[in-house]
Design a protein around this ligand. Structure first.
Ligand code: IMP
Length: 423
């Protein structure tokens, strides 16, 4: 079997796009299976910067099939705009497939996301306002509209009517917002349906055959482990399962179909949105990570919160995802910092904790217990071998392996897809 899952091991934004792009070069299939246009991958290649939200990263390679699985919530407006922008750069879509079972993000989902965040006040999640939560909520409530429904004008009209009537009551009576117009949405989405029709199919069946034929399949993670609806920092999470298990449900494959599970982490930690973050730094080191690491969101442009690497989080990621290896990205961002720290445990009211707590109010009171390391000043951005790294950088990577009991298989030392050390 020739299948690899790439998973965010932190709170998302771990630089997955770059790694996925490297592996996509040799992949037969690249699969997105969870999340929606809340994700943002930046891929730097051949002097061009590509910003991808829904289209799998393999799209840059003409021989690679790209699948958007049933677990993705598809915003047709976003995906078509993205395709138009990529087409202008010469990208082709003859190998793009979108699963018929994928749920469609509707205008009322985005409206409700916005209104519900406002209504939550200081308890707001800090969502991307892309309608992700409300769309998954409709999926669970079994009132959602799937691609297969959108493609049938009669079924679509009927389902949309029921939804718009109900959502308008919610929008006006509960949130005090403006009602949406059925006819407008119907016309807009029927036009999207026409454009999406050529890509619609049963992608689970396609993947099953591909895996049986020993094709090289990459499962492209979105978001990260701590944003998982079950295992993350609930309620400050996304509404899907950005973990290995999420690939099974969201791509329609069995767990035994995934051979390698690689967790991607940065050499430090970032988070966007609200919620506790034990190793967060609101000092000059935090400012260094923000500015040197260019930590601004691809989807929303928001400045990310930055902090030291947290091995408690990485151990959680190893456990839930069954990680067989780690990629540590952006090691070069740490260059120039005199001392480095990694949280190995938390101190909760004097008690040493090595497991990520379920209770976020407890997490908010956890103080990181750090191990300190020497920094380095040498430019590492052109290092190609582990041995070329300064001794202090090597020690930092070895410490990550020790704290997580997981091998670091690749180290990123710059934004370009060639700036990596393989081990
Ligand atoms: P939602 O996914 O838009 O509902 O947002 C829920 C939480 O997940 C918020 O804290 C978002 O900032 C976070 N989030 C969603 N997608 C991403 C991502 O791709 N990277 C980082 N954070 C994300």
């Amino acid at each position: 079997m020739n299948t690899t899952a790439l998973i965010g091991a932190q709170w998302g934004d771990e630089g997955k796009g770059k790694i996925i792009d490297i592996l996509a070069r040799k992949a037969d299939y690249v699969v997105r299976a969870t999340g929606g246009s809340n994700a943002g991958h930046t891929v730097v290649s051949g002097g061009n910067t590509y910003k991808l939200h829904l289209i799998p990263s393999g799209i840059l390679y003409p021989d690679t099939f790209n699948i958007i699985g049933n677990g993705v919530v598809l915003d047709p407006k976003v995906v078509l705009e993205e395709m138009d922008a990529l087409a202008a750069l010469g990208v082709k879509f003859d190998k793009l497939m979108i699963d018929l079972r994928a749920h469609i993000v509707m205008p009322y989902h985005k409206e409700i996301d916005e209104l519900s965040e406002k209504a939550k006040g200081k308890n707001a999640i800090g969502t991307t306002k892309r309608g992700i939560g409300p769309c998954y909520a409709d999926k669970c409530d079994r009132i959602g509209i799937r691609l297969v429904d959108l493609l049938d004008p009669k079924v679509f009209a009927e389902k949309l009517k029921r939804n718009v009537d109900f959502k308008n009551k919610l929008i006006t009576a509960v949130y005090g917002g403006e009602p949406l117009d059925f006819n407008e949405i119907y016309a807009e989405y029927c036009a999207y349906a026409k454009r999406l029709q050529p890509y619609a199919c049963d992608t689970g069946a396609v993947l099953y055959d591909a895996i049986k034929a020993d094709k090289r399949v990459i499962f492209e993670g979105a978001q990260g482990t701590l944003l998982d609806l079950d295992s993350g920092t609930y309620p400050f999470v996304t509404s899907s399962h950005p973990i290995t298990g999420g690939f099974c449900a969201g791509a329609g494959v069995g767990p035994t179909a995934i051979k390698e599970c690689i967790g991607i982490a940065k050499s430090y930690t970032t988070r966007v949105g609200a919620g506790p973050f034990p190793t967060e730094l609101n000092d000059e080191v935090g400012a260094h990570l923000l500015n040197v690491g260019h930590e601004f969101g691809t989807t929303t442009g928001r400045a990310r919160r930055c902090g030291w690497l947290d091995a408690v989080i990485l151990r959680l990621a190893v456990r839930i995802n069954g990680l067989t290896g780690l990629v540590i990205n952006k090691l070069d961002t740490l260059t120039g910092l005199k001392k480095l720290k990694i949280a190995t445990h938390y101190d909760y009211n004097g008690k040493l904790i090595d497991c990520f707590p379920a209770d976020i109010s407890m997490l908010a009171d956890c103080k990181p217990v750090y191990e300190e390391f020497d920094g380095w000043t040498e430019d590492i951005s052109s290092c190609k071998k582990f041995e070329e790294l300064p001794e202090a950088a090597q020690a930092y990577i070895r410490a990550i392996e020790r704290f997580t009991e997981t091998p670091v298989k690749m180290i990123g030392v710059g934004a370009d897809r060639d700036q990596n050390i393989y081990r």
